[in-house]
Structure formats: structure tokens, C-alpha cells
Design a protein around this ligand. Structure first.
Ligand SMILES: Cc1ncc(COP(=O)(O)O)c(C=O)c1O
Length: 377
């Protein structure tokens, strides 16, 4: 008889429970399944752009395959400084700090800017990295309903802590909707707080020439606004960013554990991101093309055009969502499927992403398949 307290038996019970609820996760081998991709976050198609790949190769040849140490030991390279300066200039912030992932950037900024005398007011839909960041920060946390400005105002008004941080994504990763950043910025200004806005799904896609929603609202560079970003989506590479005052950068270098105790961003990733940034700067039409293509996909699924590249279609349940993904794949389309616990509201969804490089012919096929798949649910 199996001992149910043994480690393998516990794992098997966990797996059986997930399977019973239709919530088993699977790794997706995109290179083995050549489908039209409406699931990934390479919004501008730059991950495979020869100029971006060449940027990665040149950086690896100049600096080596890895940074070799923490940025505070011997892992800071000229390519990191170049990337940080150009990213800051592009987004309109006075300084930037690069991280090995966007996840690390979010963990770092919250942990380093909070202490036990800080209130963190976090939107209910923020990314897992910001949720984990709150846990790391050991501050008092209030989670407010999604995009509920009045609830944020109430939380700030009742605060007993010396400092306060407000956490939001400018374009939310699962639902694809925009945050009311102007209102949130008004609240933090009125209550001596700081807005930390994750631009992961906005940079490269939204705002003037892809400079993000903070730039679009004239908030980039404000002392009480700090942005985070990732190099893994529109920039087609890997890595993360925090953008803000030089004093914020200095605080992170000195206090952010996920930065201090992590090896510096790989040179190839920095070189690729720099090349991608230069392409985005010289082709400001790229962001517009994503939005145009997103509107075509939105029309096919009967949704309003999204704020950026992400479209969300709610499904009756996880099994229906998986069946829709399977059916789309059989017709040549890869679409994303988010099920609990990866959805902030517990609703299973299809997650569709628009890409600048999709041709009209590909979009026509995608729209046809999406209409069929969504109407079958
Ligand atoms: C909103 C948001 N923030 C942060 C991240 C983390 O970025 P990275 O993949 O670079 O670690 C993601 C990635 O999925 C994200 O969607």
C-alpha cells in the first residue's frame, strides 16, 4: 500500500487534484509547433529580428557569455551603462537600473523602497512579481479592487505609516486594460506617497512611439513616480528595468536584495535589448501597428480595442478554455489560456496578443479562426 505521507505520494495527490479540476499546466514548445503566434509577448517581433540577434552576438563577443558576478562585485559592464542611459532617455526618466529579469526589477523596487513603516496599496490584478515583492517587503499591505481609485484614496487617507507606495500595472498583463494612472498619480502627489507603475506591457506598444503610458500622460520623470519594465516583451530579449530618480537607483543598488545577490544581466541580453530599443526609436510606427492589429483581433472576438497588445476573452471554465486553445491550434493558431490561479479574478480566459509583424493575410486567418473558436463556447 502507498504511504500517503511520502513525498512521491504527496506529489501524485497534488497532480491528481490539479487534473481533476482541469488546471494542469503544460510547457509549450513553440519551436516544435510552428503555429501563428497570438500568445507570446514578443509584440514587435524583435526577438528574431536579425539586427537584434546581431546585437546579442556582438555583445557576447565583446563581453563574454555571462556577466560573471553581481553588479556590485565585478559584474557591471559598459553595455549595462549604455543600456540604462538609453532606456532612461527613451522613457523620459532621469535614470535607470537594469536587472536580470523583470521579475527581479519588481521584487527589488518594492523591497528597497519599503520598510516596516510603509503602507503598500496594491491593485488586486498586479503581476505575481509585485505580489511576491509585497511579501518580501515586510510592510503593511492593503489590496484594493481592480482600478478602484476611490478605494486607493481611502487606503491612503487612513494610513498610519510614514511612507506609502501605490502599486499598479499601466497595462494589465491578463485583462489587457489600462490603469487610471493620472488619477493614481494625483492621489500619490496629494498624500506624499509614491506610485510604482509596471510598464511591462506598455513599453514599445503604448504612448508616443512606444514610450509607455506614463510618458503619454506626462508622468514620466516625476519624482513620485517610479516605473518598472521588462526587456522580455517588446524588446525581444531578457531582463528588467527600474526607472526613476538617481536617488531611487542609488537606493536599489544599496538595498535591493534581488539586485545585490544576483549576477548582472547577461551581455547578450543587454546587447539585444539595446539593438531593439534603437529599432523602436527609428521606427515609431511599430507601436501603432500593434494597436491596429489588436483592434482587428478584438473585432473578431467581439471585444473593444484594447489599450495595448493584450486581449482577454472570458470562458465558462478551464476545460472550455483548454478546448478552445486546442481547436485554435488544430487550425494553425497559438492562443494563450490563463486559468486559476493565474487569473486575478478566478475566471478562466483566452489571452490573445497582437504583434506588429503579422501580415494582413495572417490576420485574416486569425480572425476567421477566432470567430469560430469563440462562437463555439
Ligand atoms: C506585468 C508583468 N510584470 C513583470 C513581469 C516579469 O517580467 P520578466 O518576464 O522579464 O521576468 C511580467 C512577465 O510576465 C509581467 O507580465
Amino acid at each position: 500500500m502507498t504511504d500517503k505521507s511520502s513525498f512521491p505520494a504527496w506529489l501524485a495527490a497534488q497532480a491528481a487534484d490539479r487534473a481533476g479540476r482541469g488546471l494542469t499546466r503544460r510547457l509549450v514548445h513553440a519551436d516544435r509547433e510552428p503555429l501563428l503566434d497570438l500568445a507570446g509577448n514578443d509584440y514587435l517581433g524583435l526577438a528574431r529580428d536579425p539586427r537584434v540577434v546581431a546585437g546579442a552576438v556582438a555583445a557576447a563577443e565583446s563581453y563574454g557569455a555571462g556577466a560573471g558576478a553581481s553588479r556590485l562585485v565585478s559584474g557591471t559592464l559598459s553595455i549595462h551603462s549604455e543600456l540604462e542611459q538609453e532606456m532612461a532617455a527613451f522613457t523620459g526618466f532621469p535614470s535607470a537600473l537594469a536587472f536580470s529579469t523583470g521579475y527581479h526589477a519588481n521584487l527589488s523596487v518594492v523591497q528597497a523602497l519599503a520598510d516596516s513603516d510603509t503602507l503598500i496599496v496594491s491593485d488586486a490584478h498586479v503581476h505575481a512579481s509585485l505580489i511576491d515583492a509585497c511579501r518580501l517587503a515586510r510592510a503593511t499591505v492593503i489590496v484594493t479592487p481592480h482600478n478602484d481609485v476611490a478605494a486607493v484614496a481611502r487606503a491612503l487617507a487612513g494610513r498610519g505609516q510614514r511612507r506609502a507606495l501605490v502599486l499598479a500595472e499601466t497595462i494589465y498583463s491578463v485583462l489587457g486594460d489600462a490603469a487610471p494612472v493620472a488619477e493614481l498619480a494625483g492621489l500619490v502627489a496629494a498624500s506624499d506617497a509614491v506610485l510604482i507603475a509596471d510598464e511591462a506591457h506598455a513599453l514599445g506598444v503604448a504612448g508616443p512611439g512606444g514610450r509607455g503610458l506614463l510618458a503619454a500622460q506626462g508622468l514620466a520623470g516625476r519624482p513620485d513616480v517610479v516605473a518598472t519594465g521588462t526587456l522580455s516583451k517588446s524588446f525581444g530579449s531578457q531582463g528588467g528595468l527600474v526607472l526613476g530618480l538617481p536617488a531611487v537607483r542609488e537606493q536599489l543598488v544599496n538595498r535591493a536584495r534581488p539586485f545585490i545577490y544576483d549576477t548582472g544581466l547577461a551581455p547578450a541580453a543587454a546587447g539585444a535589448a539595446l539593438a531593439a530599443l534603437r529599432i523602436i526609436e527609428t521606427d515609431p510606427e511599430l507601436a501603432g501597428r500593434v494597436c491596429r492589429n489588436a483592434a482587428i483581433l478584438a473585432d473578431a472576438v467581439g471585444a473593444a480595442a484594447p489599450a495595448g497588445a493584450v486581449l482577454s476573452v472570458s470562458m465558462p471554465g478551464p476545460r472550455e478554455a483548454l478546448a478552445a486553445v486546442q481547436s485554435a491550434a488544430e487550425q494553425g493558431l497559438r492562443i494563450g489560456c490563463f486559468r486559476p490561479p493565474s487569473t486575478p479574478d478566478g475566471v478562466s480566459r483566452l489571452r490573445l496578443t497582437a504583434h506588429a509583424h503579422h501580415t494582413d493575410e495572417q490576420l485574416t486567418l486569425a480572425a476567421k479562426v477566432l470567430r469560430l473558436v469563440v462562437s463555439a463556447c
